[in-house]
Design a protein around this ligand. Structure first.
Ligand SMILES: C[S@@+](CC[C@H](N)C(=O)[O-])C[C@H]1O[C@@H](n2cnc3c(N)ncnc32)[C@H](O)[C@@H]1O
Length: 428
């Protein structure tokens, strides 16, 4: 019987490759000390899935023969442990994977012998196995969606030839970033020298779950923190976070503008409820509205001095944090997402007060979710002017204006954070 950690990994892989489902935030809950092994193993299987599959197929008598998903998962789980987790014994790696293959729901019992034979052979020389896997083309581990995302990330910075180097970075687990909400964060969290207020987990330190659960701080990616550190002096009276859940950026806005009339809109009822609870728990005064933001904005009302539209998107900039997206991205309807973003953007622009600031953001590198919308606004809305509110280092050299940029898209080759595109406009 495989351990709960391996079973959970196999279940998550079935979800991704069998059902096209995202890996739930709670997938490793209750695993205790084994959670670290499970996280490492799932990360390796997702980040090296293409190469693991190619290695397994090449060892079949008929390499072109398709294998059931249960067999492919058992092989990937066994091979990944043998190749890259030296703390796992040969016996545990092979035996548990064979056990998985024999599981009626998660495996394919008729292939226990096949999985056993391939893994026993591989276990004879684990260094050679790792070298063989690493020698396979890295492109095998990237879907077309991932490839397109990387090219889009690099193109504005003229560094398209660094694609393989970027992929190596994205194929490593990310180092989490935090923001303190109370004094005295844990000592394991170190200030990020390049980003005031941003805290990073020290190398090898345990994840500060207790601190987060006690409300001492929140997880917030570097890109989001840099985005919210825009340089704009006015003090806005009315602020809207148009797509607000889970509330990280609403919290950032509330901390920056205490006393402002802050509104947070979220379409999904359960997420809106969670947003309400999170903001209450943090002592943040905001009017939470559960609605489609475009419909709600178009219904009229007083204009806003500051609007943040952190729109729903493909998440193509989050491949490092969510490696399953590499494999789920091809099925995404990006043009439908882009239509939705345009609908929200037009509605938001319609409620911006004269002199106000509109920030549109997506955690995606794809031009149809960012740069193209900006072009449309530039061409069709003479009342909106680009607002250079970020240091020019956060944009491409072509966007720089006197040390600032109105188009936030850090060069991924030198940026440790999620891929974001954001642009700012002000209204005359
Ligand atoms: C990228 S997330 C926002 C993340 C959030 N700003 C934060 O930093 O914590 C986008 C959110 O917009 C919500 N959403 C999607 N379409 C919407 C719409 N038409 N109106 C309002 N909210 C929407 C999604 O449910 C999701 O919670």
């Amino acid at each position: 019987m495989p351990t709960p950690a391996r079973l959970r990994v196999a279940q998550a892989l079935h979800g991704v490759f069998g059902e096209g489902a995202r890996v739930a935030d709670t997938w490793d809950r209750g695993l205790g000390e084994d959670a670290a092994l499970a996280q490492a193993l799932l990360g390796l299987c997702l980040r090296r899935w293409g190469r693991l599959q190619a290695f397994g197929s090449a060892r079949l008598k008929d390499p072109g023969r398709g294998l059931p998903l249960g067999t492919r998962i058992a092989l990937a789980v066994g091979l990944a442990q043998l190749a890259w987790l030296p703390g796992v014994t040969d016996f545990a790696a092979v035996d548990e994977a064979v056990g998985l293959a024999g599981d009626r729901t998660l495996g394919f019992p008729a292939h226990r012998g096949l999985v056993n034979a391939i893994l026993r052979q591989a276990a004879r020389d684990r260094s050679a196995l790792a070298a063989d896997l690493e020698a396979l083309p890295a492109r095998l581990d990237r879907s077309d969606f991932a490839e397109r995302s990387l090219l889009a990330a690099l193109r504005p910075h003229g560094s398209g030839d660094s694609l393989e180097a970027l992929w190596v970075t994205l194929a490593r687990p990310p180092r989490p970033a935090f923001r303190a909400l109370e004094e005295g964060p844990p000592e394991d969290l170190e200030p990020d020298p390049a980003l005031p207020g941003c805290l990073r987990l020290a190398e090898g330190a345990p994840f500060p779950r207790a601190w987060l659960e006690a409300g001492g701080g929140m997880v917030q990616d570097r890109s989001s923190q840099a985005l919210l550190a825009y340089l704009w002096d006015p003090t806005p009276g009315r602020i809207l976070d148009a797509c607000a859940a889970p509330g990280g950026k609403t919290t950032g806005l509330a901390l920056r503008y205490p006393g402002a009339d802050l509104w947070a809109v979220e379409r999904q009822p359960r997420r809106a409820e969670r947003l309400r609870r999170t903001l209450d728990g943090r002592g943040i005064q905001a009017q939470v509205v559960q609605a489609d933001a475009a419909v709600w904005l178009a219904a009229g009302g007083a204009p806003f001095d500051l609007i943040l539209l952190d729109a729903p998107c493909s998440g193509s900039g989050t491949l490092q944090k969510h490696p399953e997206l590499v494999w789920l991205g091809d099925a995404l309807d990006v043009s439908r997402l882009a239509e939705e973003q345009r609908r929200l953007l037009e509605a938001a622009a319609g409620r911006l007060a004269p002199g106000g600031l509109l920030i549109y953001a997506v955690c995606s590198w794809l031009p149809e979710e960012g740069a193209d919308h900006r072009e449309v606004l530039l061409a069709t809305r003479p009342d909106l002017q680009p607002a250079p509110v970020w240091p020019s280092a956060f944009g491409s050299p072509a966007d720089a204006q006197e040390g600032r940029t109105a188009f936030f898209r850090p060069d991924p080759a030198g940026w440790e954070g999620e891929g974001f595109q954001a642009f700012a406009f002000t209204r005359s």
